[in-house]
Design a binder for this molecule. Structure first.
Ligand SMILES: Cc1ncc(COP(=O)(O)O)c(C=O)c1O
Length: 398
């Protein structure tokens, strides 16, 4: 049996590789502090859990419409209106099995073989794989610390060719934690409008934002952008519901219909119980309080990390103002050695740091080999201990 060309091209996950090594060490009894977490370290709030229990008891365990139940679509429309000033009708919403699934369906719906999709780099590693599966080609726009890892409008313009179909935008960003300002979004939107690009805007970290920054959706720039943008969001990060697998998108009706018919043949509806619980997540009055508590805890950890890391030698940090990641440039250490092994990139940096009991995600997985990603979705005690170990590792490099 041969594997299809499209699937053969899927890269093995480098994040999983280092996480697996860390897990193996832990299983052997070695103490490892893992900075790899990609999900909030909070439990789903009880009032949401209770509503799922009620859904089961009430027999809400059957198929729903493939694109999702109307009550949840209505709650999502309300959310878009309240948080983003965006007016959608339920027919424009498709609810999927996690935002990852929303992204896949969205990309498949707009990308033909050979179409180019622009992606600012560093990027969340799933995007290029989804573009590849849809038959498209990813065109990377390299960003660095000088712009806080944000793509400028002129960089976008320079990357456009006659094959460019779409832009993937992710703010707040994984892995850099950067957040595009309203002004930056407007400048990018002008270029998209000038060249007729579609935008897939992944706003999953919308609620995790700090330093008084505000999330601004590119779909809200004007009616043209709304008609050319597919907004992706979900309950995974905002309500600590990663395992429930509910993501959603908002799109022009024609696109939403196409996506929902595609989904009717791939996954069909997302879990009915999770959908029911998501209505509660989005509408219950307790929601805002839960989010602001979680946001405050993340912010305290973020500040602590930035303060500590900024005192470390030979690392550079672009202050993140969103999500729960710090992306640090460790390239000044390349060429040095640890225990006789030379560091020649983010992979070997992460590999050797593991020997000091600290697991980091190599930036090469996100398209930037100068950096490593640290998640602060772990306890303050672990952050403190992990950073001490990282510092000890740095001081041992020769
Ligand atoms: C940028 C980004 N988008 C989407 C997702 C996927 O979200 P979900 O768990 O809802 O599929 C993640 C998860 O890590 C993410 O980091």
């Amino acid at each position: 049996m041969t594997i299809s060309q499209k699937v053969q091209k899927i890269a093995p996950s480098l994040t999983l590789e280092i996480t697996a090594k860390a897990k193996k060490l832990k299983a052997e009894g070695v103490s490892v502090i893992g900075f790899g977490a990609g999900e909030p370290d909070f439990n789903t709030p009880e009032y949401i859990n209770n509503s799922a229990k009620k859904a089961i008891d009430d027999g809400f365990t059957k198929y729903t419409p493939a694109s999702g139940m109307v009550e949840l679509k209505k709650a999502i429309c309300e959310k878009f209106k309240k948080d983003n000033g965006l007016e959608y009708v339920p027919e424009q919403i498709v609810i999927s099995t996690g935002a990852k699934s929303s992204l896949y369906h969205a990309i498949c719906a707009i990308i033909d073989d050979g179409d180019q999709v622009i992606l600012p780099s560093p990027y969340w590693l799933t995007y290029p794989e989804l573009v590849g599966l849809a038959g498209g080609e990813t065109v990377y726009v390299k960003t660095d610390k000088s712009t806080g890892y944000k793509m400028t409008a002129s960089q976008l313009k320079s990357a456009i060719t006659n094959k460019t179909k779409a832009l993937i935008l992710n703010s707040p960003n994984n892995p850099t934690g950067s957040v595009y300002t309203k002004e930056e979004i407007i400048e990018i939107a002008k270029v998209c409008q000038e060249y007729g690009l579609y935008v897939v805007s992944d706003e999953i970290y919308e609620k995790l934002i700090y330093d008084g920054e505000e999330h601004y959706s590119i779909a809200s720039v004007n009616e043209y952008m709304k008609e050319h943008t597919i907004v992706i969001n979900g309950v995974s990060k905002s309500y600590a519901m990663t395992g429930w697998r509910i993501g959603y998108l908002a799109a022009p009706i024609k696109i939403a219909k196409a996506i929902s018919s595609m989904q009717s043949h791939t996954t069909s509806n997302a879990c009915s119980i999770s959908q029911y619980a998501s209505v509660t997540a989005l509408t219950a009055p307790e929601g805002d309080e839960f989010i602001s508590k979680m946001q405050k805890i993340f912010d305290d950890r973020r500040k602590f990390m930035i303060e500590k890391l900024s005192k470390f030698e030979n690392i550079e940090i672009a202050k993140p103002s969103g999500a729960f990641y710090v992306f640090i440039d460790v390239s000044k250490n390349y060429g040095k050695s640890y225990d006789g092994s030379v560091i020649n990139g983010s992979m070997s940096f992460a590999d050797l740091a593991l020997k000091e009991g600290v697991a980091l995600i190599p930036g090469v997985a996100f398209g930037d080999d100068n950096c490593v990603r640290l998640s602060y979705a772990i306890s303050m005690e672990d952050i403190e201990e992990g950073l001490n170990r990282l510092n000890a590792f740095l001081s041992k490099l020769k």
